[in-house]
Every structure is written in structure tokens, then in C-alpha cells.
Design a protein around this ligand. Structure first.
Ligand code: AMP
Length: 189
């Protein structure tokens, strides 16, 4: 079973590419952002807590996220593989993921990093905001999310490099071509 971390800034195409990988390989997909938006929609306590952070473009505290991730992962059952989209976003989350998989006699097979320049990310997210209905796809929150990405999340690239699991991928151009680049890496894992 493959455990794949799809990594990149907001707007780098993680969700779009995850959908294509699910279709091709039959993997299951954990998007922590989708899990949180589901909680908000259902009006749960967790959703209320999460909304306060999401609306400001900030990260939900690690301890909470790590619990959510473990619960979501254990609910998946047997499958060919899992794509982690939007998790981990901090070094403590990456350490917790490693430990969680170890406890289940498993490990991260590879981290695939979609690299996209900031100007393109901003343009993509502003465009997405016109149709996504996401409260955090507005210019002010987009800038906050990118800052959080550069400060708290991007150090993970080096963390996975040291683990020998990082694969950098050019994340712009034709969607099918980006997908082919990802598949080439996944097939070799
Ligand atoms: P996303 O859909 O992945 O862009 O996530 C939307 C928002 O959900 C983020 O800006 C965070 O506020 C929150 N979020 C999602 N995943 C995580 C995570 N792994 N750690 C902390 N916050 C998260």
C-alpha cells in the first residue's frame, strides 16, 4: 500500500491532481481542508473552532489536526493507497504522521512537491474564489495563507529531503502533463 503526501502551496493544484490520481490508481484521498469544511457545514463544535482559524488563513493547532488525521485514516479501511492532501503542514504534523504510520507497520512512500511561483498561485486562487464559494479565497486571506505556507509549511520540503522522500515536480503548464510527471514518480515508488 502506498502512502503519498501531495505537497505544495495553496493553489498549487493538490486537489485537482489528487482527483486525477484517485481516478487512475484507485487510491483514497484525505484532504484535511475538505474534512474541516465538512465539519463547518455540519455545524459541529470542531467546525466552529476550525472556522475561526480558516477564515484568518491560519493553521488549526497541531494537536487537533493530528487527532483528526488519525481518525480519518483509520476510517478508510483497506485500499491500494492513500493520498494525503494538505497534511502535514508543519514539522510536528510530519513527525506525527511518521509515528502514526509506523504504529500501523507502514510509512510514507513519497512526498511529491508541486512547485508553482507565488504570482501564479495568487492568480489561480483569485480565479478559484469566483466559483469556489470558499470564504478563504479572497485576496487578503490568500496573502495570509501564502505567508503561513512560506513560514510554517515550506520547511517541510527540507524535512522530507532528509528523509530521502522528496520529489520536486514542476506544478504549472498543462494539467495532464503535470499529472504525467506525478505518475512517473508514483510508478517508481
Ligand atoms: P486547504 O483546503 O488544504 O487549503 O485548507 C484550508 C484551511 O484549512 C487552511 O488554510 C487551514 O486553515 C486549515 N487546514 C487544512 N489542513 C490543515 C492542517 N494540516 N493543519 C492546519 N490547518 C489545516
Amino acid at each position: 500500500m502506498k502512502n503519498i503526501v501531495i505537497f505544495g502551496a495553496p493553489g498549487s493544484g493538490k486537489g485537482t491532481q489528487s482527483d486525477l490520481l484517485v481516478e487512475k490508481y484507485g487510491f483514497k484521498h484525505i484532504s484535511t481542508g475538505d474534512v474541516l469544511r465538512g465539519e463547518i457545514k455540519n455545524g459541529t463544535e470542531l467546525g466552529k473552532t476550525a472556522k475561526a482559524y480558516i477564515d484568518k488563513g491560519q493553521l488549526i493547532p497541531d494537536s487537533l489536526m493530528i487527532d483528526i488525521l488519525a481518525t480519518t485514516y483509520d476510517a478508510l479501511g483497506n485500499c491500494e493507497g492513500v493520498i494525503f492532501d494538505g497534511f502535514p503542514r508543519t514539522i510536528p504534523q510530519a513527525e506525527a504522521l511518521k509515528e502514526m504510520l509506523n504504529e500501523r507497520n507502514s510509512e510514507v512512500s513519497g512526498m511529491l512537491e508541486l512547485q508553482v511561483p507565488d504570482e501564479m498561485l495568487i492568480e489561480r486562487l483569485i480565479n478559484r474564489g469566483k466559483t469556489s464559494g470558499r470564504a478563504d479565497d479572497n485576496e487578503e486571506t490568500i496573502k495570509a495563507r501564502l505567508e503561513v505556507y512560506h513560514n510554517q509549511t515550506s520547511p517541510l520540503a527540507e524535512w522530507y529531503e532528509k528523509e530521502g522522500k522528496r520529489h520536486a515536480i514542476k506544478g504549472y503548464g498543462d494539467i495532464a502533463e503535470i499529472n504525467a510527471r506525478l505518475c512517473e514518480v508514483i510508478d517508481a515508488l
